[in-house]
Design a binder for this molecule. Structure first.
Ligand SMILES: [Zn+2]
Length: 89
């Protein structure tokens, strides 16, 4: 289970972006410029999560109980909590 949230962080002067598994109350700085990184976005899936798959369409499938989209690597649907059918492939 991952409990830390992933963020996209940007260095203001260069615009360079990096993905950081951020701990709360920690300041992250650019290794080259020493600038404080600015959080740009949180990455899905949000923590806490058991899945490391990003929510792009090829990593999703429909739950056979509630018909909601769920990550392919999950056994239990995050929406209705029921166990989804195993994947055919
Ligand atoms: Zn479901």
């Amino acid at each position: 289970m991952r409990t830390l949230q992933r963020y996209r962080m940007r260095t203001p002067s260069t615009g360079r972006e990096t993905i950081v598994l951020a701990e709360p109350d920690v300041q992250y700085v650019d290794r080259e410029t020493g600038e404080r990184l600015e959080p740009v976005a949180q990455l899905l899936p949000l923590a806490p999560t058991v899945s490391e798959l990003p929510w792009s369409i090829e990593n999703l499938r429909f739950c056979n109980h509630c018909d909601q989209l769920a990550q392919r690597d999950l056994l239990d649907c995050p929406w209705c909590g029921q166990q989804m059918d195993s994947l055919a492939e």
